[in-house]
Design a protein around this ligand. Structure first.
Ligand SMILES: [Zn+2]
Length: 348
């Protein structure tokens, strides 16, 4: 893998220089999913309603549909590894996915769409240097601080939560110690913001980035996934709220994950400008589908670029190249290196 620009480089509208040799080109938003085959501890809900979306994602990343009911966990990781290694990326931050708890720390049986245990992503990152582990812990859990310490000693570089899907009111004062410990350890929080339609939503009001005020005040570096934009047509759009918060919190960042889907792509012109672009981090939201048509329809790329990149079979590379072509400047692709918890043995 190389951080050199591709052999046939796209003309970058922003006229930026390639990243320094020392900078790592990372995709900071890559999901791990699994059905538990091989004892990974993962689970995902299946069923008639979920099947079409799961089939689409499988096909999109180049896995046969039969994988879903077979040795899916191993096949998924092998495919992801192959995609990272044959792309321009130097690595990917892989995300664990917590179960759903109520505010008293009781597991909500039957809630949630999928689960990926921390131990599994930590183990994968230990096995493959291409992966950096992001763990996921509901701060209401009775053992939340213990689990945080365990994950810190095991090399976690980031913590991921979807407040609206995991049912986390991050402003709850009872979580102050949890956020303070994260800030002290330099562990950033990647928090989903804005609408969500692929994972079960428990509390839609927690899609508002204002739910993240307390961790920000505690000094946690927070990355608002998807720039708080709307995913569905009728979702509220919180991009202006995010911008107002960025002006107040120098430790608030955002990512451009899932920007190559219909509704979110509407926000791209605003995200290419200050202050958002100066705090932006690259992420694909793999395995969420990546199509260039929306960017083309909005005039962000020309037709020949669309045609060329839609033929790019590596979806991680396609997402990166599309964003480069839209004019996201180089620092966006390497910025997360400054935010991840520094681990010399993982990020040399
Ligand atoms: Zn995601």
């Amino acid at each position: 893998m190389s951080i050199d620009p591709p052999l046939d480089p796209i003309v970058n509208r922003a006229g930026n220089k390639p990243p320094r040799k020392s900078a790592k080109l990372l995709d900071a938003h890559v999901h791990i999913v699994g059905n538990g085959a091989g004892g990974t501890g993962c689970w995902m809900r299946t069923g008639l309603l979920r099947r079409p979306m799961q089939s689409l994602m499988c096909k999109h990343i180049g896995l046969p549909l039969s994988a879903l009911s077979g040795d899916f966990d191993r096949l998924y990781v092998e495919r992801l590894l192959e995609l990272v290694r044959t792309s321009s990326l130097d690595g990917a931050v892989i995300l664990a996915h917590e179960q759903v708890y109520d505010g008293h720390g009781n597991l909500m049986e039957g809630a949630g769409s999928f689960h990926v245990p921390n131990s599994y992503v930590l183990e994968l990152a230990g096995r493959y240097p291409d992966f950096l582990p992001a763990v996921s812990i509901h701060p209401a859990r009775a053992d939340a601080l213990e689990e945080l310490e365990r994950c810190l000693s095991a090399g976690a570089v980031m913590l991921k939560l979807l407040p609206n899907c995991h049912n986390v009111d991050a402003n709850d004062r009872r979580y102050t110690r949890f956020w303070e410990r994260m800030a002290e350890a330099g562990l950033p929080l990647l928090a989903h913001t804005g609408g969500e339609h692929s994972v079960q939503v428990m509390n839609a009001s927690y899609a508002d980035p204002r739910v993240l005020e307390l961790p920000l005040q505690c000094g946690v570096k927070v990355i608002a996934a998807h720039c708080a934009t709307k995913s569905g047509l009728f979702d509220p759009d919180y991009l202006s709220v995010l911008i107002e918060m960025m002006n107040r919190h120098p430790n608030l960042y955002a990512d451009n994950s899932a920007f190559n889907i219909p509704i979110r792509s509407r926000a791209i012109p605003t995200c290419l400008k200050s202050p958002v672009v100066d705090r932006l981090v690259h992420g694909s939201d793999f395995p969420v589908p990546i199509y260039g048509h929306w960017a083309w329809m909005r005039g962000l790329i020309d037709y020949s670029t669309l045609k060329r990149l839609q033929h790019e079979p590596n979806v991680l590379e396609r997402d990166y190249q599309l964003k480069l072509a839209m004019g996201f400047p180089w620092p966006v692709f390497t910025r997360v290196c400054e935010l991840l918890r520094p681990l010399p043995q993982v990020v040399p």
